[in-house]
Design a protein around this ligand. Structure first.
Ligand SMILES: [Zn+2]
Ligand SMILES: [Zn+2]
Length: 389
């Protein structure tokens, strides 16, 4: 089959690789119909995630058709059209029972690596380095789905591929950010970063009862989309003094919730060699968590800071005193996608949201390397690339 494979920084190739096979009785094989490139794939593209190996198949956002199931999968059949959550979860452990699927204890065969970096291992993730399990990803014609009786959700006929695809990650990720903030109706929510996760966080905040959502970015096209497609008030951090502006807009009180949907590459800075350094008790170069610092400073007293943006190592100079003295609550982490699949599919079915509004580019899988370059440079107003095998 054809697959997009990682060969190093800014080196992604279309390769002919062996078809995946059923390895465990709870596996299924999915023939991919649509897959997307994620902002967090750019951390791989930029060589910032350790433990990638040459030839690793990329991709954690995908959907398709079941072509084969293992003997123990009785929830799916050949021919079922499914969307697959990006965290791989066993369904049986303490964390899965708690609906905290991204913290699954049993899905990372390389848990020892993650334990060195993080103390405990999170769930395995498709196409996201050997630190997260070394699973082949979904930017391919076929993919093996472990624990297939837990993750994939059947897609109703009335929902088209692109409407369902973003349930694999970015829609639930934006939704979880707003959900875990647990704010009162009428609250004001500020969102840093107007990429796909930020846009879904804005829409989700309104769905959950926010009265105002203020979006912060500096890419004109993203701010336009935040206003036009998600109904946010917008601030451009290149021109607007963010803290003062947010104070002015909230009667001096500050936002009740600040969502940081940017992550470790804020302002294009990088983390290098952090895996080696993680092995030495996580001493590493700092990322530049500029947006996170600003979110902490901007957040109103008693407010909540939520971090769906991806961080990997350690960061410097977080204003913990501001957080402490304002009594802030922090929420963060990978998305428990399985928790949100059914309720969010229902919202799509009910017409409350059509997630396909984020797609800006549709490109054949075999043009994947050029698609990565386009997405990284945000050329041609690129927001989200959907690849078709
Ligand atoms: Zn993603
Ligand atoms: Zn589990």
């Amino acid at each position: 089959m054809k697959a997009l494979c990682w060969f190093g920084k800014h080196d992604i190739r279309v390769e002919d690789v062996p078809d995946p096979r059923i390895i465990n009785p709870r596996d299924a094989i999915v023939e991919v119909s649509k897959t997307a490139i994620c902002g967090s794939d750019l951390h791989l593209y930029d060589g910032l995630i350790p433990s990638m190996k040459e030839g690793d198949i990329l991709g954690h956002e995908f959907m398709g058709t079941i072509v084969e199931t293992g003997d123990d999968v009785d929830t799916l059949e050949r021919g079922d059209r499914v969307v697959v959550p990006f965290p791989i979860a066993c369904g049986n452990c303490h964390f899965c029972h708690d609906d905290s699927f991204a913290l699954c204890d049993n899905s990372n065969p390389n848990a020892w690596m993650a334990e060195q970096a993080f103390g405990y291992s999170p769930a395995g993730i498709y196409g996201y380095s050997h630190l997260f399990g070394g699973y082949a990803g979904g930017q391919a014609e076929y993919v093996r789905v472990p624990f297939a009786d837990v993750g994939p959700l059947n897609v109703p006929d009335a929902i088209d591929d692109e409407q369902a695809l973003f349930l694999s990650d970015v829609f639930p990720t934006g939704y979880q950010a707003a959900d875990v903030a647990d704010f009162e109706p009428g609250s004001t929510v500020a969102v840093w970063g107007c990429g796909p996760v930020g846009l879904f966080a804005i829409k989700s905040a309104y769905m959950l009862g926010a009265e105002r959502v203020i979006a912060i970015d500096h890419v004109a096209q993203r701010l336009t989309r935040a206003r036009r497609d998600a109904n946010a008030e917008i601030l451009n951090f290149d021109h607007d003094p963010i803290l003062e502006a947010l104070q002015d807009m909230t009667g001096g009180r500050g936002p009740d919730v600040c969502i940081e949907a940017v992550g470790m590459e804020a302002h294009g800075s990088g983390i290098s060699d952090w895996y080696d350094k993680a092995k030495q008790s996580l001493r590493l170069e700092t990322g530049r968590p500029h947006a996170l610092r600003q979110a902490i400073m901007a957040c109103g007293k008693g407010g909540t800071v939520v971090i769906p943006g991806v961080f990997g190592g350690v960061v410097d100079k977080l204003p913990l005193g501001a957080a402490f003295n304002k009594g802030l609550t922090f929420k963060m982490g990978q998305t428990h996608v399985q928790r949100y699949l059914e309720p969010l599919m229902k919202k799509i079915e009910d017409g409350d949201i059509d997630p396909s509004f984020i797609t800006s580019h549709r490109i054949p899988l075999v043009e994947g390397p050029a698609a990565y370059e386009l997405f990284q440079h945000k050329d041609d107003d690129c927001i989200k690339v959907v690849l078709t095998p």
